[in-house]
Design a protein. Structure first.
Length: 131
């Protein structure tokens, strides 16, 4: 296990949501990189070493699903765990996100415990770090 803290991208056009997720992730010992648009998120994925990404679906530029598709289509980033966090909670939306390769799919409003459970799936080292 690496001693370096997990690096997590938070991509959401809502500043308040980015701040909330940053607070929760930093509490868990993560380093947070923020993006306010899908285009910015894709640029971060291309240039930053990441351990996971949290993507909103509705963002300016590229949507979270377009970012997801692009990441899964790129050999360098296709294994990056991606958690979709969105207001779109219909079964068809969830199915589409998972079919495109999302590791997990969470709907807003979101609680800390829901996020933590999803993060344990994609970053199991968090359990060891937060005992």
């Amino acid at each position: 296990m690496s001693s370096a803290p997990p690096r997590v991208l938070v991509a959401d056009d809502a500043r308040v949501m980015r701040m909330l997720l940053r607070t929760w992730l930093e509490r868990l010992g993560c380093v947070v990189i923020e993006a306010a648009s899908g285009t910015e998120a894709l640029a971060v994925v291309a240039r930053e070493p990441l351990d996971a990404a949290l993507l909103d679906i509705h963002m300016p530029g590229l949507t979270g699903l377009q970012v997801l598709e692009s990441v899964r289509g790129d050999q360098r980033s296709r294994g990056l765990p991606i958690v979709i966090i969105t207001t779109l909670g219909h079964a068809s939306d969830v199915e589409r996100g998972l079919k495109l390769g999302a590791t997990a799919y969470l709907t807003k409003p979101l609680g800390y415990s829901e996020l933590y459970r999803a993060l344990l799936m994609v970053l199991p080292e968090l359990a060891r770090r937060n005992r």
